[in-house]
Design a protein around this ligand. Structure first.
Ligand SMILES: [Zn+2]
Length: 274
């Protein structure tokens, strides 16, 4: 069964929720980690989701903001450590754009010890990807695209699921016009929604180039998306967030709407009912 394992759902300011990151499980033993959240709480989230880091051999990093990048640095450190202890088999590859490759390599050179550094290029690989490139990763055909961010270069991707279905991850910014073509008719869209529209004055999503729930749902509706996952949110509403966000979202989006909690697993296969 193809699954989306939600490790975190918060935005960069979230405290209760971990920052948005996730694992795609193709149901055949292939796991793809996408972003790392903001710190070593990534390990608690993996443990809580029942995902072993030793089983992850591929990861994608979307951009260099702290709430996405720092957890990935911890992952790289832990993978290197496990390799040295003989408890990680095979290789690990991190896919990201050129600036991220430079940044992560610089961090490794400055911070990791010689034993860990020696594994980079031998068993741990930084694979630079370019806008429009398609690669086979962890059981999927993955096409990367530049989100056209005006803040910091950021990549999303479109990914093949079984039976010709498509999933698109649009990072933590609204879709740019070029990316909309890739999303049109997608079976799954994983999109950011910073806050409710009625709270935009308080949370100010537009200053940070983010969307409200209403914005994300209107866009998904216009692109004929079938299943929409909203995350990268504020976390002041606690357990009421799902109900509040779904109530707003359903006014604008007629497909299946998901506002997951941290550590929730969403089945990506077949007909989805809630
Ligand atoms: Zn973010």
């Amino acid at each position: 069964m193809e699954k989306l394992v939600v490790l975190g759902t918060g935005n960069a300011s979230a405290r209760r929720n971990y920052n948005t990151c996730f694992v795609l499980d193709d149901g055949q033993g292939n796991l793809l980690l996408v972003d790392g959240g903001g710190g070593n709480r990534i390990f608690d989230q993996l443990d809580g989701a029942g995902v072993s880091l030793a089983a992850i051999h591929s990861a994608v990093l979307s951009h260099a903001h702290t709430d996405h990048l720092l957890g990935m640095l911890w992952v790289l450190r832990a993978v290197a450590d496990m390799m040295r202890r003989g408890v990680y088999e095979g290789e690990f590859t991190l896919y990201c754009h050129a600036e991220l490759v430079s940044f992560v390599n610089m961090f490794i050179a400055m911070s990791f010890d010689a034993g860990a550094r020696s594994l980079f290029g031998a068993r741990i690989f930084m694979r630079e990807v370019v806008d429009g490139e398609t690669l086979d990763i962890a059981g999927h055909r993955v096409t990367f695209f530049d989100l056209g961010s005006t803040k910091l270069r950021q990549f999303g991707f479109a990914l093949s699921l079984h039976a010709g279905r498509r999933l698109v991850f649009s990072g933590d910014e609204p879709l740019c016009p070029a990316a909309c073509a890739l999303v049109h008719g997608a079976d799954w869209l994983l999109a950011e929604a910073f806050c409710l529209s009625g709270e935009a004055e308080y949370f100010r999503p537009y200053e940070k180039h983010h969307s409200t729930v209403a914005d994300a749902c209107r866009l998904a509706q216009s692109l004929d998306v079938k299943n929409l996952v909203l995350w990268h949110t504020e976390d002041t509403h606690g357990p009421q967030r799902r109900q509040l966000y779904e109530a707003e979202g359903r006014r604008f989006f007629s497909g299946n709407l998901f506002v997951p909690d941290d550590l929730e697993t969403i089945c990506l296969s077949g007909k989805v009912r809630r």
